[in-house]
Design a protein around this ligand. Sequence first.
Ligand SMILES: Nc1ncnc2c1ncn2[C@@H]1O[C@H](COP(=O)(O)OP(=O)(O)OP(=O)(O)O)[C@@H](O)[C@H]1O
Ligand SMILES: [Mg+2]
Length: 438
Amino acid sequence: MGWFGNVFVLPDDTSGQAAGEELLFQSAAVTTGLYGTAGTLDGWKEAAALAVGNSRLTFALCLAFAGPLLRLTGTEGGGFSLEGDSSCGKTTALHLAASVWGGPAHVRTWRATDNGLEGVAALHNDGLLILDEIGQVGGKVLAEAAYMLANGSGKTRAGKESALRRSQTWRLLFLSSGEVGLADKLNECGLRSRAGQEVRLAGVPVSREHIARLHGLPDAAALSDSLKAIAATHYGHAGRAFLDCLTRDVDRARAEALRLLEQWTASLLTACPDADGQVKRVARRFALGAAAGILARDQAGVLPENMDVGMAVNACFKAWLEERGGAGASEDAAILAQVRLFIEQHGASRFQDMDTEQTHGVINRVGFRRKADGMTEYIILSEAFRSEVVKSFSHRRAAAVLRAAGWLRVSEAKNTTKRDLPELGRVRCYVVVLPPDE
Ligand SMILES: Nc1ncnc2c1ncn2[C@@H]1O[C@H](COP(=O)(O)OP(=O)(O)OP(=O)(O)O)[C@@H](O)[C@H]1O
Ligand SMILES: [Mg+2]
């Protein structure tokens, strides 16, 4: 599957010319329905038109076209996950993206794929692997899967013929969805997400408001339902039309894709001049989505002319960045400075002293303080931590930064600790100890 020289191979079809040869796809894997077609391209375009003005839907569509550009532009693979409450349109977005390449079977669930992930990944080489319901797999499985999918190879193992079968390799993008993000999933099983995982799976927050342009439909739910209906009726054509466009002149397509990729990487990064290496890598992946969307719109003519691809990708990138808590080391320093300032200003007035059993005079309490090992522990209640102490930063990111700096007292994998507190009983809280100011 995927690029073979300048030819793109699908199970039952190829795009492009191989000099004097006919290329056929042969595999033991079952591909039925995966890259099928139904209905018409024009019918499908009605679905694409409904995505106009809706950033998450537009972004999902762009990603569907971005797989084939990975190898052309030498970009590394990786994933995105749409994260948000139930019934906000996540699965809808996945179905829309899937309809570029095939029918509803193109959307898989994590659970159903758990065992055979390598084989499935190989079938999506140079494409977009779509995995719904992240909530159904454990954090450990997910963490390993994110690495494996992004890094492009499976494990080597003995095959039926008892010879050592070559492990499968691939280069792909994956798009996932679920109510919780990677960091929460890992937290659930006591693991902490590492920077490397966050680079490989970028979470894009989604909420109901992200379907705001209704195109004459009564509400977002109706738009979502009609998208799903169209995507189940008309599919598979847009991807093929896009490939035909790319393979008409692969060198030109590569040059154009590279130009757009550089342009959009730079453009996304203007929002964060102090971006660290991780942010740059992820920005490049978002930019590949922009490049793909623009090519699909302007060169292949499969996306609507009035679809603002740049706006959508920009909005998703910004949302990812915000959720992550900023672009780089300078944000880390800002988080530490804010926490120190908060404690310096309010340490005496808003933290109830547990050593003296003081109960009066604490207005707008954010937590408790007590002496331990010659230092003062500030025990911050979790809601106050979010809404006041690290206000304007992602609390998750802030906790991770505090922990990395050694400011958090923790006894387990979680950043919060259970403490017995007066009046409140045993609750989870953040225990901060300020180091001496250098
Ligand atoms: N933005 C929205 N606002 C209001 N209702 C919506 C929105 N998006 C989808 N819906 C409604 O929710 C239903 C489910 O949509 P979808 O499957 O896309 O949700 P989801 O985000 O994947 O939810 P879940 O997390 O439960 O899987 C749709 O059929 C539609 O009626
Ligand atoms: Mg869903």
